[in-house]
Design a protein around this ligand. Structure first.
Ligand code: NOJ
Ligand code: CA
Length: 539
């Protein structure tokens, strides 16, 4: 059966602010991204997802959009964006953008009009009277603190994230019309699809009832009157109808943190979205039994609605994979916000984390469905946990009352070449990058890894070159019995073995090792390693 590209794609996430700087101001931009397209082509990915590149006051690194039809001047111009889409297509790379429909920036014309009291303007947001001096309900912002801010005339507006991100009222037809037009605006420019930010949050329970449970913040995976309301699905049916009017196919991927894959699958019904991130993979500890159960659960849930499963090891919101695997592993799934505080207490063994991250990359890329690579993952970058407090930009830092350092540590500009900052990130060697890079990244640059056959980068390149040949059409996962601590499966005549245990394990007799995450793997797979086997072997 012929699959569409998005059912098996490897998507590379470009965090534009930190990918490559073209004009020397220390901030990534479209010119930098265009100049590095050959790198992305050589890596072997199918598509890029570019984090928000729209005009923004950057209250939340661009997830506070002031104008959905333009480009942030720091990043370039609309003409450059169009040229980038054309260049990417010429290189055989699809382009996915990020759409942020749950909230706008407080600098958006609509919100300014709402503050100015223009007729009808407040109905596009969620303004409510308070309860005396208290906010309208007990909801907390995801970043910490109350989810409500009071304006001059005494009303409060809802912001599930930063105060600079007022939530839209999706019960208002203006909002629905506007976003469908925004989709068309970018689809008309040839963009291949969208990652939908906070896709589970657009509709709030009627009457905005108290949650009734006091927690530090709104935890994404828990039931909440702001999350995962049944009425949200109607919005996506409308969006799908817009996408269906275009050829070639335009697609959606939902960022929807909902309790369990069954709820998630509802977003993937045939008249709704194409795919959704299944985040349990990145919440699972480095433990064969946990990995196997999240993989099986994700595949079953996706199959129940005929969608491909998705595999994500990290993104711009969570601790980098290397660091996640550098410390003792919890028993169950972790809450991503909680990890940061807990893990800072324990020393990190980054070399251990790198071995595991390499192995997990081979697991990820052997599975059916789509895989997402967050920029820098292919270089084996670790989370930068010791950024000076005065450079931190993530609103989480301030809103948590300086108790959660937030997500800046996974957003540090990429190292491309050279032995000192800015490691080729910028053409201006004396620039100050928007977040400081560490002094020890000289051996993690693209240039340093380029010709080393054992480098992280070359493992990714080899895996991405083999994946279409060996795995993409290989069929369903068949779990194989293995010793404790080992995850092993076959798809057709290829096998993937992952050893999360403490001792080396024998690989089946007569197998050819196609690719391994550790050097010199022959008949034995060492701890914290994975191998792909061409299986004329016994299993
Ligand atoms: C999810 C995005 O990935 C994150 O970076 C952002 O802070 C929130 N949504 C709010 O837009
Ligand atoms: Ca720049």
């Amino acid at each position: 059966m012929n699959k569409s590209w998005w059912e098996t794609a490897v998507v590379y996430q470009v965090y534009i602010r930190s990918f490559a700087d073209g004009n020397g101001d220390g901030i990534g931009d479209i010119a930098g991204l265009r100049s590095r397209l050959p790198y992305l082509s050589a890596l072997g990915i199918d598509a890029v997802w570019v984090n928000p590149w729209y005009p923004s006051p950057m209250a939340d690194a661009g997830y506070d959009v002031a104008d959905y039809r333009a480009i942030e001047p720091t990043y370039g111009t609309l003409a450059e964006a169009e040229e980038f889409v054309a260049d990417a297509h010429a290189a055989g790379i699809k382009v996915l953008l990020d759409i942020v429909p749950n909230h706008t920036s407080d600098h958006h014309d609509w919100f300014r009009a709402a503050l100015a009291g223009e007729p009808g303007a407040r109905e596009r947001y969620l303004f409510r009277p308070g309860r005396g001096e208290l906010p309208p309900n007990d909801w907390q912002s995801v970043f910490g603190g109350p989810a409500w801010t009071r304006v001059e005339d005494g009303l409060w507006y809802l912001h599930l994230f930063a105060p600079g991100q007022p939530d839209l009222n999706w019960m208002n037809p203006d909002v629905r019309d506007e976003f469908e037009k925004v989709l068309e605006f970018w689809f008309d420019k040839g963009v291949d699809g969208f990652r939908i930010d906070v896709a589970h949050g657009l509709v709030k329970a009627e009457g905005l009832p108290d949650r009734g449970v006091v927690t530090e913040g709104v935890q994404h995976n828990q039931a909440h009157p702001a999350w995962d309301q049944d009425e949200v699905h109607e919005i996506y049916r409308g969006w799908r109808a817009v996408a269906n009017r275009y050829a070639p196919e335009r697609i959606f991927i939902a960022e929807a943190w909902v309790p369990g894959n069954e709820r998630l699958a509802r977003y993937l019904r045939s008249d709704e979205l194409h795919t959704a991130f299944q985040f349990d993979f990145l919440r699972a500890p480095w433990r064969a039994s946990s990995l196997r159960s999240v993989v099986q659960d994700a595949m079953s849930a996706a199959a129940s609605v005929g969608a491909p499963p998705t595999w994500v090891l990290s993104n711009h919101d969570v601790t980098r994979t290397v660091t996640r695997y550098s410390r003792s592993q919890p028993d169950g799934l972790v809450e991503t916000d909680w990890e940061r505080a807990r893990w800072a207490e324990e020393d990190a063994d980054h070399e251990l984390g790198r071995r595991r991250a390499r192995a997990c990359a081979l697991l990820q890329l052997a599975l059916p469905g789509t895989a997402y690579i967050y920029q820098g993952e292919e270089l084996g970058l670790e989370e930068i946990e010791d950024l000076p407090d005065d450079v931190r930009q993530d609103p989480t830092w301030v809103q948590s009352g300086f108790t959660d350092v937030g997500r800046d540590g996974c957003r540090v500009p990429l190292p491309w070449s050279g032995s000192s900052v800015p490691y080729g990130f910028s053409p201006n060697a004396t620039t100050t990058t928007w977040l400081p890079q560490p002094g020890h990244w000289g051996s993690y640059t693209v240039a340093a890894q380029q010709d080393d056959p054992d480098s992280f980068l070359n493992l990714y390149r080899a895996a991405l070159a083999l994946r279409p040949i060996r795995w993409v059409d290989a069929g369903a996962v068949r779990w194989l019995a293995g010793p404790p601590g080992v995850l092993a499966f076959a798809r057709g005549d290829v096998q993937c073995w992952v050893n999360t245990g403490d001792v080396g394990v024998d690989l089946p007799d007569g197998c050819d090792v196609l690719l391994a995450s550790a050097p010199g793997v022959g008949s034995v797979l060492p701890p914290d390693a994975a191998a792909w086997l061409a299986a004329a072997c016994d299993s």
